[in-house]
Design a protein around this ligand. Sequence first.
Ligand SMILES: Cc1cc2nc3c(=O)[nH]c(=O)nc-3n(C[C@H](O)[C@H](O)[C@H](O)COP(=O)(O)O)c2cc1C
Length: 200
Amino acid sequence: MKTLLVIKSSLFNGSGQSSKLVDRFAASWQQKNRGARVVVRDLAADPVAHLSAEAFQGFALPVEQRSPAQHAAAAISDSLIAELKQADAVAIGLPMYNFTVPSTFKAWMDHVARVGVSFEYTENGPRGLLESKPVYVFAARGGQYQGTEADTQTGLVRTFLGFIGLADVEFVYAEGLGMGEEAAQRALAEAGERIERLAA
Ligand SMILES: Cc1cc2nc3c(=O)[nH]c(=O)nc-3n(C[C@H](O)[C@H](O)[C@H](O)COP(=O)(O)O)c2cc1C
């Protein structure tokens, strides 16, 4: 059975624009992949803690030497990585907050990047340990930053995913959502059309 992993990070949960876009993609994807399942990881409803030194050090310890707090952090990290590994495709709802990714998404990244588990260093440099699969990112923004230096998200997310082995990444932007009703509707309609094409 095919699996789509949906990752959401809007403060506004299901009513966030990035959540609506990712939900729309998931619905179309599921229609095209009959019998497939969708697994949702909502980072706003169920946030991952900020990474602490104790948790980070625990990742490198043998299981039997971890403290209870290190066990708990490693268990969360293991389940986030397992979700990625088990998915056939990944769809990420990514709002722009204060010129970067939501802090909940950063905490997710900090628990997904694990040396020896999701990446390793070789004599030729870093190597991602996850099997390649399509990743779709639905980026919702109040302003318009695509192609400018203020778009701090695209490079960051692409680099991070590539680092763990996920280099097949497609971005869908809904920009200008804070620039008046007309601009917002136009951006959402364009994003909607791309979603239908992508899900096919
Ligand atoms: C706390 C906060 C910070 C924001 N910062 C930015 C920003 O830096 N740049 C921008 O273009 N829009 C910004 N916005 C607007 C959001 O990107 C826009 O509302 C988008 O729809 C958020 O996605 P969401 O609806 O899925 O939460 C901000 C919104 C909030 C609530």
